[in-house]
Design a protein around this ligand. Structure first.
Ligand code: NCD
Length: 309
């Protein structure tokens, strides 16, 4: 494994298995070390710029919290309207300026490819916090961390991906992140929101099986992990009807009991109608723990790219 100091994190495909494992091990060290005093100044003197040009709760706040808990400072743009993009400034110009003020930038944008554009112009590390329908690599890393913790391993798991597999960037990044661990992927989506060919191809090139289950119940009965996602209303193509699609697949306690589903239930959040609140009390409901794991994984990433670990 080469050094990660100074690296950009644009897409999950930037990492090989050894690097993914290193990130997960570093995240575990962060979790176990959280109460140790030296952790609270590992990144003292460094500044994170959290540039979020699209709504976010978990990603931005967990990056900011991760940085502050390691002793670093944070400056942020919380919405596009408060940045100079509304005056017509280009993303490249904005990034070139922000890099004068910070040591690392996390960027979320509605545009596919924005993180790559930023990484090309910036000399400090750019961490992709989600670029349109494309990728959300740090979410995928915390998803891997959560799967490993909940299931005790990553290799050879059966993972059902449910919901908006077309527009959901967390799905795209998680599939890519799982490939080295040879999962079986069970896609469950309405036709309009099916997994794009590009991701099916990447899986088959890695000799990973994408198997269409006979039904949602069939997926529930066979999976080790159920990864629920919301229909990405703001990204739907015109002519696609949100009102009907939102009820395509709904996971509730009755479905879990009916299928004797023992899978870990995950969701990147925010959840809407696809995941009933009566699931929350089940021990297999992992989504709140999953969001919490974002801290350890983002601490690991910040520490690694800043050379603090
Ligand atoms: C996701 C995202 O932004 O892609 N949210 C997150 O970061 N946890 C999922 C979503 O918005 O549906």
């Amino acid at each position: 494994v080469g050094s990660m100091t100074g690296r950009d994190i644009v897409a999950i495909s930037d990492f090989n298995r050894a690097e993914l494992d290193l990130i997960l091990e570093t995240a575990l060290r962060c979790e176990l070390g959280a109460s140790k005093r030296h952790f609270s100044h590992l990144l003292q003197g460094s500044i994170l710029a959290a540039v979020f040009l699209e709504p976010s709760t978990r990603t931005r706040l967990s990056f900011e919290s991760a940085m502050q808990r390691l002793g670093g400072g944070v400056i942020s743009v919380a919405e596009a309207l408060s940045s100079s993009l509304v005056k017509g400034e280009s993303l490249s110009d904005m990034i070139r300026v922000i890099e004068q003020y910070a040591d690392v930038i996390t960027l979320r944008s509605p545009e596919k490819g924005a993180a790559l554009v930023a990484a090309d112009v910036a000399s400090i590390p750019i961490i992709n916090g989600g670029d349109g329908t494309h990728e959300h690599p740090t979410q995928a890393l915390l998803d891997l961390y959560t799967i490993k913790k909940e299931r005790g391993r990553l290799d050879g798991l059966t993972v059902a991906m449910v919901g908006d597999l077309k527009n959901g960037r967390t799905v795209h990044s998680l599939i890519q992140a799982l490939l080295p661990y040879k999962p079986t992927i069970l896609p469950v989506a309405p036709e309009e929101l099916a997994l794009p060919e590009e991701w099916v191809r990447r899986a088959s090139e890695a000799n990973v099986h994408v198997e269409h289950p006979a039904s949602f119940d069939d997926a529930l009965a066979h999976a080790d992990v159920i990864y629920m996602t919301r229909v990405q209303r703001e990204r739907l193509s015109s002519g696609v009807d949100y009102a009907t699609l939102q009820y395509s697949y709904r996971l509730d306690r009755a479905a879990i009991e009916r299928t004797r589903c023992t899978a870990s239930i995950m969701h990147p959040l925010p959840r809407l109608t696809e995941l009933a609140e009566d699931v929350d009390v089940l021990p297999t409901a992992a989504y709140i723990r999953q969001a919490g794991n974002g801290i350890w994984v983002r601490q690991a990433l910040l520490g690694l790219v800043l050379g603090g670990f």
